[in-house]
Design a protein. Structure first.
Length: 93
């Protein structure tokens, strides 16, 4: 039982420390912010737009690479099927 109480106390202390750290960080961030709320929102909006553009570009790149890989695999499969003896050839051979 003593071990459980110690573990619980340590957990409470850690969580309290994290909570206090988050609050202090948030207050410090608000007090030290060099920009107005409007400027911060504008910058955040631009950043999100840029992120969306980058994600769209990455998605297009992935689609293109998948299409090329699919075409290459399809060509390899056709080549392998052309090299493989057919069932009729095997039964005659």
């Amino acid at each position: 039982m003593f071990q459980d109480d110690d573990d619980r106390n340590v957990l409470v202390s850690v969580l309290a420390g994290i909570g206090i750290g988050v609050l202090v960080g948030a207050v410090a961030g608000l007090l030290m912010a060099p920009k107005t709320g409007e400027e911060t929102r504008d910058n955040l909006g631009k950043s999100m737009t840029d992120l969306g553009d980058k994600m769209t570009e990455m998605g297009r790149d992935v689609v293109s690479k998948v299409q090329h890989a699919t075409e290459r695999l399809r060509a390899q499969a056709v080549q392998k099927l052309g090299e493989a003896p057919s069932d009729n050839e095997e039964s005659l051979g």
